[in-house]
Design a protein around this ligand. Structure first.
Ligand SMILES: CC(C)(COP(=O)(O)OP(=O)(O)OC[C@H]1O[C@@H](n2cnc3c(N)ncnc32)[C@H](O)[C@@H]1OP(=O)(O)O)[C@@H](O)C(=O)NCCC(=O)NCCS
Length: 166
């Protein structure tokens, strides 16, 4: 049985609390730096401050207390985005990804958010996204990683990324 927990508390999360949450999810996210250069730094700064400011939230899928997957969401006046949707390899194909996506969509109150997916992972994520009504709007070559396509659903990426900007 998997439970979805929210790391979000508008105005009540302090930086030390956020640091603790980020430390807990770090092992699951190992390896994403290769697809998204600067990912770890982005997590600790933009996501960390976003959680404190209340414009980001993290959904954790937990199985017997263990983190099995997560979704990192951004919701601001100008942007609704699923920044990261990931299920641990040992928990895949059990419905957790779908549960996390459903919970994410509830957080956006029915507005379909943007998500971008590296070509390395699009085969596993696209069927789930398309089943929920996401539409592929753009494919950007060498956007985050040289020589790699980035698939953009429900939105468009800025012209040129100065750094990791999720
Ligand atoms: C995509 C991902 C989230 C799916 O998680 P999951 O828990 O295995 O997915 P579910 O079991 O809920 O399956 C959801 C649907 O996706 C489909 N799916 C899952 N893995 C798939 C794969 N490897 N290839 C094709 N379809 C796949 C399933 O068929 C399922 O559809 P169904 O319900 O009609 O059978 C997971 O594979 C993952 O984390 N991949 C890496 C994503 C990543 O790198 N994210 C970071 C950048 S955003």
């Amino acid at each position: 049985m998997v439970q979805i927990e929210k790391v979000f508390q508008y105005g009540a999360l302090t930086m030390p609390m956020v640091t603790g949450h980020l430390r807990a999810v770090a092992p699951l996210l190992l390896g994403l730096d290769a697809d998204y250069p600067g990912f770890t730094n982005w997590l600790q700064t933009k996501v960390g401050f976003g959680l404190v400011l209340g414009e980001r939230e993290i959904l954790l899928a937990k199985h017997r207390g263990k983190i099995a997957g997560l979704a990192i969401l951004k919701s601001s006046l100008t942007e609704n985005k699923i920044c990261t949707l990931l299920v641990a390899k040992s928990f895949r194909k059990c419905g957790i990804g779908r549960q996390l996506l459903d919970a994410s969509l509830r957080s956006f109150n029915g507005v379909l958010p943007m998500i971008t997916v590296s070509e390395k992972r699009v085969d596993s994520l696209a069927p789930l996204l398309l089943s929920k009504g996401f539409e592929l709007k753009d494919v950007r070559f060498s956007y985050y990683v040289s020589g790699m396509n980035e698939f953009v659903f429900n939105g468009y990426l800025d012209g040129c990324p100065p750094s990791y900007i999720h």
